[in-house]
Design a protein. Structure first.
Length: 89
């Protein structure tokens, strides 16, 4: 039961991030490309992947699939933070 609640929570957080991007894109076309530009930054993706793998390995041993889902979410957020570029004018 605990894994399903954890997986649902992670799915809701991802959905909120996607909806936030969609609303921003509707308000200002082209903003989604700016928000998700971290995916093209090799350093950001590598850092996020390392964070996800480390947390995934530790979490898998204690919590199973729910921890893996959280590790992926943390990896995406770490990659996003590592890539923080100054906003384009």
């Amino acid at each position: 039961m605990n894994d399903s609640v954890s997986l649902l929570t992670v799915a809701i957080v991802f959905a909120v991030l996607v909806i936030r991007t969609a609303v921003a894109e509707l308000r200002k076309p082209g903003s989604a490309r700016i928000q998700w530009a971290f995916v093209t930054n090799a350093q950001a993706v590598t850092t996020g992947a390392v964070a996800a793998v480390m947390l995934g390995l530790l979490g898998w041993r204690s919590s199973g699939y729910g921890a893996l889902a959280w590790a992926v979410l943390v990896g995406v957020l770490v990659a996003f933070l590592v890539d923080r570029r100054p906003p384009e004018s």
